[in-house]
Design a protein around this ligand. Structure first.
Ligand SMILES: *Cc1c(COP(=O)(O)O)cnc(C)c1O
Length: 369
């Protein structure tokens, strides 16, 4: 039996009729960009996240960039970003002309808030906590530091659709939050799309203008914005899929619990915490060292269990960020994790046989060692 890393069809097959109908409506009307479905999705997603506003954009990276630009963060400014995240978080900061200042992460893979204050300078304008793998960062200490130092907070919630911290949804804590609807995310479209959530009406209007060439009315451009509009077809798909998101996330939780029970004592399993409801975008375990990780990965691949590495190299060791002049050793926790992490398959509606096969294969790997 093959265990795929992710099988989107298990979510889509039961609702394909509903999705096709929604797409057909858009096609027959011919309003393909920022159509009614986009505004309807913005309203539903804002409500889902306990927020006042949501602004649909072209992808998750743009959602971060437009959030920074919406508060005029750019050249000469510094922004705190975790060293262990997907490339796009740091790239978005660079793309608006600001400088990413990296901070190491905690044992739960999220931003180490105790190391933020030592990294602040008089140029620091914002913090981007990343809710990595579907776990919301410990937001209270981060929000306290931001308030004390007059910094904006932008949540990178691209892996955390529906996750909660103290009963509140991801995307409702910062000045703004960025979500991606890349097909493989917990809520994915049929192409690229993203959204920004916020409670700030002035910022929401500003971001709406930025996504449409700085335009207030047709051919009236008050400033130079850019093109980052959400497609109507993507919103039509997302309107259908949003109704099932909580159910899909619950299904991921059940699989995660099964794996936790089976794998405890063999590898370091993801920690849970009573303050947070994770949505298990990825199920990441850790081994003792790199050699063990690589041979476990190879062993599982031979058993037809598809795994991934998220991420094999921290931001500061990527060539793209060599100009920041960090060194090997700058962020020891992130470096250790990049050597020892392994993402096992997790997605909604995994079969018990698939989950048992993962557990027994990991058991077999360690019993023959
Ligand atoms: C996916 C992702 C992004 C970027 O989203 P895109 O839609 O691919 O641009 C940013 N940050 C994190 C943590 C992500 O996982």
């Amino acid at each position: 039996m093959n265990v795929p890393f992710l099988d989107l069809n298990r979510m889509h097959d039961p609702i394909l009729g509903e999705i096709n109908e929604a797409i057909y409506k858009v096609v027959s009307r011919g309003n393909f960009i920022l159509g009614d479905e986009v505004f309807r999705f913005e309203e539903s997603f804002a409500k889902f996240c306990d927020c006042d506003f949501a602004i649909g954009v072209a992808n998750g990276t743009d959602a971060i960039e437009l959030s920074l630009a919406g508060y005029d963060i750019g050249y000469g400014d510094e922004v705190i970003v975790p060293a262990n995240t997907f490339h796009a978080t740091a790239a978005a900061v660079s793309n608006v002309g600001a400088k990413p200042v990296l901070v190491d992460v905690l044992d739960d893979y999220t931003l180490d808030f105790s190391k933020i204050e030592e990294s602040l300078t008089d140029k620091t304008r914002a913090i981007i906590p990343v809710h990595l793998y579907g776990k919301v960062c410990d937001m209270n200490p981060i929000l306290d530091i931001a308030a004390k130092n007059n910094l904006k907070v932008f949540e990178d919630a691209c892996q955390a659709h529906g996750a909660k911290y103290m009963e509140k949804r991801a995307g409702s804590f910062g000045d703004a939050a960025a979500f991606s609807f890349y097909p493989g995310k917990n809520l994915g479209s049929f192409g690229d799309a993203g959204i920004i959530t916020t409670n700030d009406p002035y910022f929401a209007d500003r971001v709406k203008a930025i996504r449409k060439q700085g335009q207030s009315k047709k051919y009236v451009h008050n400033f130079i914005g850019r093109n980052s509009r959400m497609d109507t077809i993507q919103a039509a798909v997302l309107n259908v899929k949003l109704k099932y998101l909580d159910e899909w996330n619950n299904s991921r939780s059940k699989s995660s619990e099964f794996l936790n029970n089976g794998l405890e004592g063999l590898v370091a399993t993801p920690n849970s915490d009573s303050k947070r409801d994770d949505v298990h975008h990825l199920y990441v375990v850790r081994t003792e060292d790199r050699e063990e990780r690589d041979s476990l990965n190879e062993y599982l691949s031979k058993q037809s269990i598809q795994c991934g590495l998220h991420y094999p190299k921290p931001i500061h060791l990527q060539e793209a960020f060599s100009h920041l002049e960090y060194k090997k050793g700058s962020f020891p926790v992130s470096e250790k994790f990049s050597d020892t992490i392994l993402s096992l398959p997790i997605f909604p509606y995994m079969k018990e046989g698939e989950l048992s096969k993962i557990v027994s294969s990991v058991e077999n790997f360690y019993s023959q060692k």
